[in-house]
Ligand binder design. Structure first.
Ligand code: ZN
Length: 430
C-alpha cells in the first residue's frame, strides 16, 4: 500500500503573501528551530529561513504538588473543593501564557517523572509538566551534584575550574524558540521504575526516622555544629563506599564469586571518588594517597563552596533545629527528595514555587543569608506575590516581541486554552 502524505500539511498558519509568486495567504510557517524559523509557500514551494532574536527566558521550578494541583484544577467539571483551586487555575493560565510567549520556561525533571509515574494519573501529570516545559528537562540532580563536587575538588587542587555550570548545560535548549509541535519519546520504562521506586522509599524512611530521633534528643542545640557535621559527612560516606568497592573488586579478581557487582556498578558516590582520583593525575600517588587527598578536601572548609551541598546542609540543620525545639512528628519522607531538588536546582533558577515547609526553611536565618543565590522562592504562603511576579514578567514584554510571537505562531496561539482530551477529563476526576 502506498502512502501519499501531502507535504503541505506541515506548513501551518499564519499565512502571508509569498515573496516569490506573490500569491496572498500562501506563505506559511514550516518549522521553528532554536534561533531561526522557516517559511514555505504552499503554491510555488518557495522556502526561506529567517533569524530570530536571542531570548532570555526566566527559569521557574515548579514543585510536583503545584503540577499535580494545577492538573486537577484546570480539568473542566472538576469536583474539587480546594480553597486554593482558583489560585492553581490562575497560576496555570499565567504560566502557560508566559511559556507560549517564550519569556519563561518551567523545565521538568527526573523528580517530576519519579513522583508522577507512581500515580494513577501519570499520563495527565506528564501532560501538565510537559506543557510548561516544552520538553526541556533539567539535567539529573546526581549529574549536577557530581559536576559540582568534582569541579570543586579540581579548583581546590588549583586547577582553576568553575564549580557552577552554565544554564544551558543544566537545561539544554531552554532559551530556544519553541517549535509548535512537541515530540514525546516514550521509553516504556514505567513498570520497571515503579517497582524500583517502591523499594527505595522504604529504606529512606528508616534512615530518616533514626536521624530525627537523634536531633530530638539534642539538649543544647547549636545550628552551626549540626550544619558543620552535615557539611563534613561526605568524607566518611564516600571514602567508605569506595573502600568497599575496592575491596570487593580485589576479592572478585581473586576469584570470589559471591560478590554482587550490580550493587557497586553505577553507584554515584563511587563514580565521584573515581573522577576525583582521575583528576589528581599524579601517577606516583597510589590509591591510598589519592584517597587521603580526597578526604582532606571533603573535610576542609572549601567544601562549603559546593552550592547544592551548602544549601542542603543548611536545610537539614534547619530541620534538626525544629526537631530539637520539640517538633514531635517527623517530616514526611518526601523531604529528602525536596531538599535534593531544591539544593541542586536553586542555583540555576530565577524562581521556584515549592511547599510552605521548604520555603520557610529557606527564609529562616541563618539559612537565608548563607544560600548565596538570589533565586526568588514562593509557596502557597506567598501565592499572591507569585502571581504578581508573573504579572511583572508580562509587563516587561515589548510590543515588538509580542508581534513577533503572533507572526510566528498565529493570533490564536496566546489565547489558546489548555487542551485536555475527553478521556483525561473523566479520569482525573475519579
Ligand atoms: Zn509562492
Amino acid at each position: 500500500m502506498d502512502f501519499n502524505i501531502d507535504p503541505r500539511i506541515f506548513i501551518s498558519k499564519p499565512y502571508i503573501k509569498c515573496p516569490k509568486c506573490e500569491e496572498n495567504n500562501t506563505y506559511g510557517v514550516l518549522s521553528i528551530h532554536g534561533h531561526s524559523y522557516t517559511r514555505r509557500c504552499n503554491m510555488c514551494w518557495h522556502t526561506e529561513s529567517y533569524a530570530l532574536p536571542k531570548l532570555s527566558k526566566k527559569i521557574i521550578y515548579l514543585d510536583q504538588f503545584m503540577i499535580s494541583n494545577m492538573m486537577k484544577n484546570v480539568t473542566p467539571n472538576n469536583t474539587n473543593s480546594d480553597p486554593n483551586g482558583e489560585f492553581y487555575k490562575t497560576a496555570f493560565d499565567k504560566l502557560s501564557y508566559l511559556t507560549k510567549l517564550q519569556v519563561i520556561i518551567c523545565p521538568d525533571s527526573y523528580m517530576h517523572y519519579q513522583e508522577s509515574v507512581v500515580s494513577s494519573n501519570y499520563e495527565y501529570l506528564k501532560n501538565m509538566y510537559k506543557t510548561l516545559s516544552n520538553g526541556i528537562r533539567f539535567e539529573h540532580m546526581d549529574t549536577i551534584a557530581r559536576f559540582h563536587l568534582v569541579s570543586g575538588f579540581k579548583k581546590w587542587l588549583n586547577m582553576e575550574d568553575v564549580i557552577i555550570l552554565s544554564r544551558d548545560n543544566v537545561c539544554n535548549g531552554y532559551n530556544d524558540w519553541q517549535d509548535r509541535l512537541r515530540i514525546d519519546i516514550n521509553m516504556n520504562m514505567e513498570i520497571r521504575d515503579r517497582e524500583y521506586l517502591a523499594k527505595s522509599k522504604n529504606s529512606l524512611d528508616s534512615v530518616l526516622t533514626g536521624l530525627f530521633k537523634y536531633w530530638q534528643s539534642i539538649n543544647l542545640f547549636n545550628f552551626d555544629e549540626i550544619y558543620k557535621k552535615e557539611m563534613f559527612s561526605l568524607s566518611d560516606l564516600y571514602i567508605n563506599k569506595y573502600l568497599d568497592f575496592f575491596n570487593k573488586s580485589l576479592r572478585m579478581m581473586a576469584g570470589d564469586n559471591n560478590i554482587n557487582i550490580d550493587e557497586i556498578i553505577g553507584n554515584e558516590q563511587i563514580t565521584i571518588v573515581t573522577e576525583m582520583m582521575d583528576a589528581i593525575n599524579e601517577d606516583e600517588l597510589d590509591v591510598v594517597k589519592k584517597l587521603m587527598k580526597i578526604k582532606e578536601y571533603l573535610l576542609c572548609k572549601d567544601i562549603a563552596a559546593i552550592p547544592h551541598h551548602r544549601i542542603a546542609c543548611l536545610m537539614w540543620a534547619g530541620i534538626a533545629r525544629k526537631a530539637a525545639a520539640g517538633q514531635k512528628k517527623m517530616q514526611n519522607v518526601s523531604i529528602v527528595n525536596d531538599i535534593k531538588v531544591i539544593s541542586t536546582y536553586l542555583p540555576y533558577c530565577d524562581s521556584m514555587f515549592i511547599d510552605n515547609e521548604c520555603a520557610k526553611l529557606l527564609s529562616d536565618e541563618p539559612v537565608n543569608s548563607r544560600i548565596g543565590f538570589d533565586t526568588k522562592v514562593f509557596s502557597l504562603s506567598s501565592k499572591n506575590n507569585f502571581l504578581s511576579y508573573l504579572d511583572d514578567i508580562k509587563e516587561e514584554v515589548t510590543q515588538e516581541h509580542l508581534d513577533l510571537v503572533v507572526e510566528l505562531y498565529g493570533d490564536t496561539w496566546l489565547k489558546g486554552e489548555y487542551y485536555i482530551p475527553e478521556e483525561i477529563t473523566t479520569k482525573a476526576n475519579q
